[in-house]
Design a protein around this ligand. Sequence first.
Ligand code: 5AD
Ligand code: SF4
Length: 440
Amino acid sequence: MRPTPRPQTYRVKSFGCQMNVYDGERMAELLGEQGIRPAGDDEDADLVVLNTCHIREKAAEKVYSDIGRLRREDGTSPLIAVAGCVAQAEGEEIMARAPAVRMVVGPQSYHRLPELIAEATEGRRAIDTEMPAETKFGHLPARRRAGPTAFLTVQEGCDKFCTYCVVPYTRGAEVSRPHADLIAEAERLVGAGAKEITLLGQNVNAWSGEDAAGHQVGLDGLIRDLAKLPDLARIRYTTSHPNDMSAGLIAAHGEVEKLMPFLHLPVQSGSNRVLKAMNRSHSAESYLRLLEQVRAARPDIALSGDFIVGFPGESEAEFAETLGIADTVGYAQCFSFKYSPRPGTPAADMAGQIAPEVMDERLQRLQAAISRHALAFNQASLGRETTVLVERKGRHAGQWLGKSPWLQSVHFEGAAAVGDMVRVRLVQAGPNSLHGEVLG
Ligand code: 5AD
Ligand code: SF4
């Protein structure tokens, strides 16, 4: 392959979860430090990073079609780097099949992008899907920019090995970042304007570390220390596993004012037989008991979850148990997915794979229930006076959009700016958003 001029401009396209958004931002910061600038909206970038997701169906196909779309009219392509979880799982194959791809970099090695770019511009194809013991974080530039809401990865990887899931293979083993590094990164984010920080991890509530006094603490300890940052107004965390929901973390929901009344706690299924086949190591009952404790600590908490329908062998009666748990909890919001067999996971080889039309029909019924509960939750907050953190302008002139403490999208009209904390009364509710009136 011929040498290529060094790229002047980049574009990072992130797919999938919030951690990919975070990784995408860090890659952008790294490229910026290399003197490469973001391409303008109508500008053709010299370097395109596809930051991919492997969690569900057709992940690789999507990457190939994205690569195809990057082809210019004259037949050339920008320098393309495939990053993220598809790179980790299928990087070598992508390199072999898509000549336009010049770099492949996994989620644990993207700090090496500058070296990979150097190799690629010299005409070599560069691949790095290592999972080094020393993490990438120490090699990334300090954070300089942040919007009013920012993500902060505190924990990465997963040791749970749910039988349907690729994450333990693509993101590696559970690793917690050190307490001091996280406080330092949070301070930078707040200094750059962040009012709200969402702590991220595949099993964020499995985070543990040593605080400044040398005490071993869990996520609740980290949250309590972050709450001491004067200009930080809100703390959130996602995604949690039921088995890592400690008593201390539950108590923090009742005690730490800056910790927002919202919990995303996936259950996946309401059937104990299916949960066992999924290797979830909790039951429907133990999950419900946990939520009761959380509600006792913070009665107004908004609950969120993830569900998979059509796991191999799922019977109609077992699916009915899933509908049952959704009704019992009354989630404020929820994500639900059709089971997708992922290569290399145990469930992909299980007997009793469910027909697509059965999955479609189950998903529709579950989503109808979820949206009924979301509407009920929002309607129950009508009349409430609360604070909205403004994230952006709304669709109409003079309209602003932000989030309530319960992570509801709220729009309102009035004088405001991005980053403001505006007091409103909630006056209208739909399943996905609410309207607020600014309080005097
Ligand atoms: N098929 C469908 N959904 C999946 N998830 C993870 N793996 C799969 C899969 N193979 C869902 C789970 C998880 C969320 C991030 O994605 O619900 O909590
Ligand atoms: Fe995947 Fe289960 Fe780990 Fe979540 S806990 S990342 S679903 S293996």
